[in-house]
Design a protein around this ligand. Structure first.
Ligand code: FES
Length: 136
């Protein structure tokens, strides 16, 4: 797959997380978050391995001490390794997505995914959404 330009390392460090949507070969969409890791960034699928909870629900991911915090049960994952050693998700690891970082610019570089758009799966800019006011 061709590399797709995403954002800059500086933006991810300023905003602390950067959410985007990719699609696999079958057109299935997946949310990915960029998180600061030391001086660079890493990309992880935006889902806690414990119970399919999104980390960034559209308002940025909760972070503390270089770790991203699951909003559901509070397990913390290392943003560099993706590993979790605490709480309900202990022993799990986030699913990583391939990146290339070139002179401060971050590119998606993963043969399994193509870039769709910035933001979450439902977060498109193309016109009014007929599904945004579902009631239950
Ligand atoms: S869903 Fe994330 S720790 Fe339980």
């Amino acid at each position: 797959m061709a590399r797709a330009e995403l954002t800059t390392v500086e933006t991810v460090h300023d905003e602390r997380s950067w959410l985007f949507t990719v699609a696999d070969d079958y057109g299935n969409e997946e949310e990915v978050i960029l998180l600061p890791c030391e001086e660079s960034v890493e990309a992880w699928v935006n889902t806690c391995p414990h119970e399919f909870q999104r980390f960034d629900r559209g308002m940025g991911a909760a972070m503390r001490d270089g770790q991203v915090i699951c909003p559901k049960h509070g397990s913390m994952f290392d943003t560099c390794s993706g590993d979790c050693d605490n709480g309900e998700a202990a022993g799990t690891t986030l699913v990583d997505v391939g990146l290339a970082v070139d002179d401060g610019t971050v590119y998606l570089d993963d043969e399994d995914y193509v870039f769709r758009h910035e933001g979450g799966i439902d977060d498109t800019d193309d016109g009014p959404s007929s599904t945004s006011h579902l009631s239950f």
